[in-house]
Design a protein around this ligand. Structure first.
Ligand code: PLP
Length: 395
C-alpha cells in the first residue's frame, strides 16, 4: 500500500486484521458498498447472493429480517424504512388493475386509510372500508370479491380484535390475499400468518423497537409471497438503514420480557380506569365487557396487549387536551410501544387524517384517549391517568 497521504486517508483502517473474535452483538455495517476480490463473486452478489450494495440487501437489515421472520413463525421477512412503506409495498405487490377491489379495516390507523385511498385512486381500484369485526363481514366479502383485504389486529385506536381465522377462511374462498397489520399485539401477542394471513405487517417503530429511537416496518409470510416484495424494494429503494436495523434488533432482544410486563400493567391500568367516575368507558380486550373479549382470549397470546383506550366522561377536545397537559408520569407522545407510558388524543392524532364521517363510522369520538402503557410502576401510571382525568374535567 502506498504511504502517500491521500491514498492512506482513503484506505487505511478499512479491515480488521489478526482477530478471531466473534462479537456478541453484531457490528453496524454502515458501508453501502462492498467489493470482492474476484469478479464472479461480484457478479453473483449483484444477483443478491452476497452483500454488495445496501439497496439490494444489507447485513443489519438481513439480521433483523431473520429475527422478525422467526418471531412471526414465517418463512421470510422483508424490512422497510417505516411501517407505512411496508403497507404501501403490500398494496403495490398485488398487481391490481383498474376495476379491482381492495377491502380495508374502516376502524384502523388513519394514515393507512389515507395511503390506501390515494393508492387506490391512482390505480383506479375500488376501495371499500369495512368494520371487519362486524358479523356481516363474510357476506360483504363474498359480494365484493376483493383481491386484497387489509385487516388491523388489534385495531388502532379502539382495540377491536377481528377473528383472523374466520377472515382468512373467507379470503381463501373468494381468492383475496389477506394482509394483517399486527403492530398492536406485536408477534409476542399474535402470529398473524399462523392464523391464516398471507402477510403479517409490523411497524417495528413500536413494540419491536420498544424505545422510540428508530422507524421501521416489516412484512413477513411465505417465501413465495415475500420474495416479490424484496425484488420490488430493490427498485423502490425504501430500505431500512443499518443503524435503525441494529437498534430494532437490540430492542427485539427484550421483546418478550417487555411485552409480558406491558400486558400486565395494561390490564391493571384498564381495571383502575374502569373505577374512575370520570371515565365513561374503557376499551381493553382483556375486560369481559369488551365486545371481542372471547375472540381475544382465543387469538391473543401472553396477555391482552399493552394498549388501553378510554373515553373521558362528557369530554370534548378541550378537556382531552387539558388531560394531555395534566399527566405527569405519562407523556403525550403520538406513538406507542415505548418503555414509558404515552398518551394520545385519538381524533386529533392517529385518526387526524380521517374525515369526521369516517371517524364517526369507526366509533372514534372526541372523548377518546389512547394509552400505550409503559413499564413504570402500574399504580403510578393508573394514579397519574386518573388524577389527570379528574383535573381535566373539573378545572
Ligand atoms: N400501523 C399502525 C397500526 C400504526 O399505529 C402505525 C403508526 O402509528 C403505522 C402502521 C405506521 O408505522 P410507521 O410510523 O412506522 O410508518
Amino acid at each position: 500500500m502506498s504511504t502517500k497521504r491521500q491514498t492512506v486517508a482513503v484506505h487505511a483502517g478499512s479491515r480488521l486484521t489478526g482477530s478471531q473474535s466473534l462479537p456478541v452483538v453484531p457490528p453496524i455495517h454502515v458501508s453501502a458498498v462492498s467489493y470482492f476480490e474476484d469478479s464472479d463473486t461480484l457478479d453473483g452478489a449483484l444477483d443478491g447472493k452476497d452483500y454488495v450494495y445496501s439497496r439490494i440487501s444489507a447485513p443489519n437489515a438481513a439480521l433483523l429480517e431473520e429475527a422478525v421472520a422467526a418471531l412471526e413463525g414465517a418463512e421470510a421477512c422483508v424490512a422497510y424504512a417505516s411501517g407505512m412503506a411496508a403497507l404501501r409495498a403490500v398494496f403495490e405487490a398485488q398487481g391490481l388493475r383498474a376495476g379491482d377491489t381492495v377491502v380495508m379495516a374502516a376502524d384502523g390507523y388513519g394514515v393507512t386509510r389515507s395511503l390506501y385511498k390515494s393508492l387506490a385512486a391512482r390505480a383506479g381500484v375500488r376501495l371499500e372500508a369495512l368494520l371487519l369485526t362486524d358479523p356481516t363481514t363474510p357476506e360483504r366479502l363474498r359480494a365484493l370479491q376483493p383481491r386484497l383485504v387489509l385487516a388491523e389486529s388489534v385495531t388502532n385506536p379502539l382495540l377491536r380484535v377481528p377473528d383472523l381465522r374466520a377472515l382468512s377462511r373467507v379470503c381463501r374462498e373468494v381468492g383475496a390475499a389477506l394482509a394483517v397489520d399486527a403492530t398492536f399485539p406485536s408477534p409476542y401477542g399474535q402470529r398473524a400468518c399462523e392464523l391464516g394471513a398471507d402477510y403479517a405487517l409490523q411497524s417495528t417503530t413500536k413494540w419491536l423497537n420498544g424505545h422510540s429511537d428508530a422507524l421501521g416496518g416489516t412484512v413477513s409470510g411465505r417465501r413465495e409471497k415475500v420474495e416479490p416484495l424484496r425484488a420490488a424494494r430493490l427498485f423502490h429503494g425504501d430500505v431500512l438503514g443499518p443503524f435503525e436495523a441494529w437498534l430494532t434488533l437490540r430492542g427485539i432482544r427484550t421483546l418478550p420480557v417487555r411485552m409480558k410486563a406491558h400486558c400486565e400493567h395494561a390490564a391493571h391500568v384498564a381495571r383502575r380506569l374502569s373505577e374512575s367516575p370520570h371515565v365513561a368507558r374503557v376499551h381493553y380486550p382483556g375486560l369481559a365487557t369488551h365486545p371481542d373479549h372471547a375472540v381475544a382470549r382465543e387469538l391473543l397470546e401472553g396477555g391482552f396487549g399493552g394498549m388501553v383506550a378510554f373515553d373521558i366522561q362528557g369530554a370534548d377536545r378541550p378537556e382531552c387536551f387539558r388531560f394531555l397537559e395534566a399527566v405527569k408520569v405519562a407523556r403525550p407522545g403520538p406513538s406507542l410501544g415505548d418503555v414509558g407510558t404515552l398518551v394520545m388524543h385519538a381524533a386529533s392524532a392517529s385518526a387526524r387524517r380521517m374525515t369526521p364521517e369516517e371517524r364517526q363510522a369507526a366509533g372514534i369520538g372526541e372523548s377518546l384517549i389512547r394509552v400505550s402503557v409503559g413499564l413504570e410502576d402500574p399504580d403510578d401510571i393508573a394514579d397519574d391517568l386518573i388524577a389527570a382525568v379528574a383535573e381535566a374535567v373539573t378545572r
